[in-house]
Design a protein around this ligand. Structure first.
Ligand code: DON
Length: 343
């Protein structure tokens, strides 16, 4: 005969355990477990230093606009931000030159081409289609103002520090690896110079771009950066303003239409969130008014987007109905799960 009193005790223990694990954390854990088993994709190897990443690394983090942090897996593991830096530097260039000022130099049209393609740059007279591809990002970096390169880079660094709420450093090994092998980026910069579309000297602009890509962040940082954008440009914890609020819709627009390169259309169709990926394996996504998401896993698909990152965000978006054009997009389910107590 089973002992009834021990069964009751077990039921109550299971009940207690369910109560202490927050439903959001439980969902993130389930997604993490499910996609940690996916080993598709490859490490970026065109920047030799990036091949040192551990293919098993996988972290997911969600941070709310009031600063609650939900992290799973390797969300504190640092990696280089790479192209996730692009919308943020574009934001600083917008602050320096205004919307119309930047539109003269960099468009806002998706290309449908690879992130490092040169094709449209030549065919369309040296004006990059958008600031999320390398051509547009190198141009944006060249338009950051300051009396010399160190001053300009310091402004970029301080801007990132306002978004993450802590000191940020350059991974010098990745920076030198990228600087010595970035021949396509060098070619892009020379094209821009040829078309008189660089704000400052070529080598300095390239160095600034390579450095911004080599900043060390973790998934938790990306979630905080997303949460800062979701929170109208104010860091949820430090309450420091990271960007002039008038430019947030510009960043979110280019992230939405161009942030995932030649997967941007399908990404928006399936996931429906402004997001930016990088070849370090990071993706930052924004749920306006609610939260930022940061995912990190260095195995990439052929377009340069994190395989597990896309799967995890797609499932989260579906489960919580986060698509900005969804019928129920007051994000009630997510807000509710964020508020329910538990570890
Ligand atoms: O310029 C490059 O190639 C890299 N520093 C950044 C590219 C990147 O992250 C593309 N992302 N998916």
């Amino acid at each position: 005969m089973p002992d009834k009193s021990s069964n009751n005790a077990m039921d109550s223990l299971v009940g207690d355990l369910k109560a202490v694990v927050s439903p959001l954390r439980a969902k993130l854990s389930e997604i993490h477990r499910k996609y940690a088993a996916v080993n598709d994709g490859a490490l970026a190897d065109y920047i030799p230093e990036l091949t040192k990443a551990n293919p098993d690394w996988f972290g997911i983090c969600l941070t709310t606009v009031d600063g609650r942090v939900f992290c799973i897996g390797d969300s504190g593991q640092t990696f280089t931000i790479q192209s996730v830096s692009k919308p943020f530097v574009y934001g600083l260039a917008l602050e320096d030159h205004g919307r119309e000022g930047m539109l003269k130099h960099i468009g806002v049209e998706p290309t449908g081409d690879a992130f490092n393609s040169l094709v449209k740059l030549e065919s369309f007279g040296g004006k990059p289609f958008n600031p999320m591809i390398n051509a547009g990002a190198i141009a944006a970096a060249s338009f950051i103002e300051g009396k010399d390169e160190p001053t300009r880079f310091n402004r970029v660094l301080e801007m990132f520090e306002r978004y993450v709420g802590r000191r940020v450093q350059v991974d010098m090994a990745v920076f030198t690896s990228e600087r010595s092998t970035g021949h396509r980026n060098r070619a892009i910069a020379h094209f821009l110079l040829n078309f008189n579309n660089l704000g400052h000297a070529l080598e300095e602009s390239l160095d600034l771009y390579f450095k911004q890509c080599s900043l060390l962040v973790c998934a938790q940082d990306l979630a905080m950066m997303g949460a800062t954008l979701a929170n109208g440009g104010v860091h949820p914890v430090t309450q420091q303003r990271a960007i002039d609020p008038q430019y947030i819709k510009d960043l979110l627009s280019v992230m939405s239409t161009c942030g995932m390169y030649d997967y941007s259309g399908e990404w928006y169709y399936r996931v429906g969130l402004a997001a930016k990926s990088g070849v370090g394996g990071g993706i930052c996504a924004v749920v306006p008014g609610v939260a930022g998401l940061g995912v990190f896993s260095p195995l990439l698909d052929p377009r340069g987007n994190s395989v597990r990152g896309i799967l995890a965000l797609e499932e989260l978006s579906k489960y919580y109905e986060l698509h900005v054009f969804g019928c129920h997009n007051n994000y009630e389910k997510l807000v509710n799960d964020c508020s329910r107590r538990g570890r």
